[in-house]
Design a protein around this ligand. Structure first.
Ligand SMILES: [Zn+2]
Length: 101
């Protein structure tokens, strides 16, 4: 699975290789290739904390998209009605018996 990152410099979205490595070096989770090249040329290194946050955000976004995809088929069956009563909200005889006993 590949992560989509948002460049903190230009705000653009980019999709680095899965291994986070470009042919010419490691990919950055905070900068797109253009900005990374510019930063490298300027001698600026990425903030490790920022990189971790960016990775976590990309992971969360990926998980969110996966969950959304998994939910997709169920959406056709959603009706505008009250949520179904759960078994717990309807105390049956079994519950009463256990309370008395
Ligand atoms: Zn950029």
């Amino acid at each position: 699975m590949r992560f989509v990152f948002e460049c903190v410099e230009c705000g653009g979205h980019y999709l680095p290789p899965e291994e986070m490595v470009y042919p010419d070096g490691p990919a950055s989770p905070v900068w797109c290739t253009d900005c990374q090249g510019a930063k490298r040329a300027a001698g600026v290194r990425e903030d490790p904390l920022l990189a971790r946050i960016a990775l976590a955000a990309a992971r969360a976004a990926l998980a969110g998209r996966a969950a959304e995809a998994a939910e997709q088929p169920a959406r056709f069956d959603v009706r505008p009605s009250r949520p179904p009563l759960s078994r717990r909200s309807r105390p049956g005889p079994g519950v009463v018996r256990s309370r008395l006993g």
